[in-house]
Design a protein around this ligand. Sequence first.
Ligand code: GDP
Ligand code: K
Ligand code: MG
Length: 297
Amino acid sequence: MSESYHSGFAALIGRPNAGKSTLMNQVLGQKIAIMSDKAQTTRNKIQGVYTTEDSQIVFIDTPGIHKPKHKLGDFMVRAALQTLNDVDIILYLIDASESYGPGEEYIIEKLKRTDTPVFLIVNKIDKVHPDELLKVIASYSERYDFAEVVPVSALNGNNVTTLLEELTKYLEEGPQFYPEDQVTDHPERFIVSELIREKALQLTREEVPHSLAVVIDEMKERENGAVYVAATIVVERPTQKGIIIGKQGSMLKEIGQRARADIESMLGSKVFVELWVKVEKDWRNSAYLLRENGYRE
Ligand code: GDP
Ligand code: K
Ligand code: MG
């Protein structure tokens, strides 16, 4: 009998210099960190993936949530808010040695517009006196009802283990989104394939069994920032192919549209999705497809 696996997405937010990158480095330590040059260009970049035997947390950066220096496009602000709604947990990192200002006000206003639980992570406790720390916590707590308040020092690692333990308690049962032993420079590809697979399964229900794989044939960012995704849905029988395609392609179109909406909010970019369907008997024996779909032995 195997224990159930828990996983989820955490949005790491906070003003510049709050210590987000330092915290990520501390959390990931020797653990596999998935970073991608490519991902730097997308707006919600995956900062890292923390994997243990029974859980996995995917950390996402959400730049649109921070007080902008220049006017952000509506789309980016909406995408950021959408991300906050879509993740399982929001980690709001603050610098305990800095006073509360308009930057914080801006973020807290955004937090009030989402139901996602928010952790207040009070960073840089090595820099402040305990009395001062209590005052900082009190001033934030009266402005927002945080699910948890965790003081840490991202720099020296103090209390970071406690943070991870608390975080794990908030994860729901879910898959291991990334194989822990696989370093990839295209972390989004895996989630994108999962999203397409999820939509295909949701829309076709019992008609198409779970023996359905999605392979990302191409995923690239265009000059204008839009992301183009070409993917193939692999099924085992011709009848399943017919169901996935639907009348005059209507089902495939619907799958593509729903997946696109989710991928757009994940990446924070405009997305184009092009889908193909292929019958491949016994695809579950194909090492390539297994890897693409994140199956592990
Ligand atoms: P980010 O902009 O939120 O990613 O912040 P960084 O991680 O780049 O950190 C900004 C600065 O704060 C760096 O100089 C860090 O070394 C420093 N810093 C981060 N965490 C701590 C901490 O817990 N204590 C102290 N004293 N400095 C920290
Ligand atoms: K989830
Ligand atoms: Mg940083």
